[in-house]
Design a protein around this ligand. Structure first.
Ligand code: ATP
Ligand code: MG
Ligand code: FE
Length: 347
């Protein structure tokens, strides 16, 4: 089955073609980051308009790359939520319009199910069941994954997401959005011993997270260094390092606990922050110590992309699931509300 995947939930237009027999055939991405940069954040109306501009050319691009035409498609999957409603509607309307014209099934996919299944696109894919750490710009969740659509929420952030915290800390240091990669780069030159930031909510049992206090702590540290006339390039790198160490350490501690609680020996890490090199090193070491294993998407499939939507959609379309005539755009949508497909997909 050849499935076109469309991602338009935020500021990235992602399109990909997944073939259930041959794997990923093509993927393309257009990022709006430069367009929103002047506004200090994503402007929803501009995002929707830009998705409208980019989407059809990107679809033609992936079809061309795969040497296929629209009539070779067997199904279309799009991100139905969560996300910006106007941006979601561009993908949903395009997917429904095309599917109707081609007389093929179409399906709205949960964006976080896409992130969650992204490591399945790798050669050495994890088998079910596993524990997943979803760490992105809008989510920080630990989920026990028993199968496709069988997701049990173990814990989540009570305030900011880890990626959001990276972005805000970066802003405090005068770095551009997205802040994660910038903090990571700056932290390379930082002295890990100069500053120590708190590891929020690790001193008590439980699998929830909180990153807003760490954000305040970071701001206070920057202000103190500045007041003392010590906020030079080295100090900024030291702050970045202390911040990254604190987030990574917190995530590692909670992953260890989640593996303990669930008794699982496979850990999937996905979403933008899963691209973080220090996080991967620490988790790999932690897993090795306990005879477990960590799985990640390739770098460019950590952040938003069409491939994860094509893959997740293909699994559900293969199981016979599809939308009715109504397109879906669901801004808020808990992952634990998803249900497994009625029948098991055949590879
Ligand atoms: P959600 O998926 O929750 O709706 P989103 O789609 O905006 O949110 P993603 O695209 O998955 O989020 O990830 C973007 C986030 O990942 C940003 O906050 C960014 O700073 C962060 N990020 C990307 N690379 C890194 C990195 N190397 N280290 C830390 N954070 C990173
Ligand atoms: Mg993004
Ligand atoms: Fe995302």
């Amino acid at each position: 089955m050849r499935v076109l995947g469309i991602e338009t939930s935020c500021d990235e237009t992602g399109v990909a073609l997944f073939d259930s027999q041959r794997g990923l055939l093509a993927d393309a991405l257009y990022s709006q980051v430069a367009m929103h940069a002047d506004f200090g954040g994503v402007v929803p109306e501009l995002a929707s308009r830009d998705h409208t501009r980019r989407l059809l050319p990107l679809i033609d691009e992936v079809l061309g790359e795969a040497g296929l035409g629209r009539h070779d498609l067997d199904g279309i999957a799009y991100t139905a939520g969560p996300g910006l409603v106007g941006a979601l509607m561009v993908g949903a309307a395009t997917a429904h319009g095309m599917a109707h014209a081609l007389q093929i099934p179409v399906l709205g996919v949960h964006h976080m199910e896409g992130h969650l299944l992204a490591p399945m696109l790798e050669a050495d894919a994890p088998a079910f069941p596993f524990v997943a750490l979803l760490v992105s710009g809008g989510h920080t969740q630990l989920v026990e994954v028993l199968g496709l659509g069988r997701y049990r929420l173990l814990g989540e952030s009570l305030d900011d997401a880890a990626g959001e915290a990276f972005d805000k800390a970066a802003k405090m240091l005068g770095l551009d959005y997205p802040g994660g990669p910038q903090i990571a780069r700056l932290a390379e030159h930082g002295d890990p011993k100069r500053l120590r930031f708190p590891r929020p909510m690790t001193d008590r049992p439980g699998l929830d997270f909180s990153f807003s206090g760490l954000k305040t702590h970071t701001l206070t540290a920057i202000r103190q260094l500045d007041a003392a006339g010590e906020l030079d390039d080295q100090a900024r790198a030291d702050v970045a390092r202390a911040f990254e160490e604190a987030v990574v350490d917190t995530l590692v501690i909670k992953c260890r606990r989640a593996l303990d609680v669930s008794g699982q020996s496979r850990l999937v890490v996905a979403g933008g922050v899963s691209a973080n090199r220090r996080l991967r090193e620490r988790l790999d070491r932690e897993c090795a110590k306990r005879g477990a294993r960590a799985y990640y998407p390739r770098g460019r499939f950590c952040t938003d992309n069409g491939a994860m939507i094509a893959y997740a959609g293909a699994q559900r379309l293969l199981a016979g699931e599809h939308d009715s005539a109504t397109m879906l755009a669901v801004p808020r949508w808990p992952l634990a509300d998803l249900t497994p497909p009625a029948s098991t997909p055949t590879p």
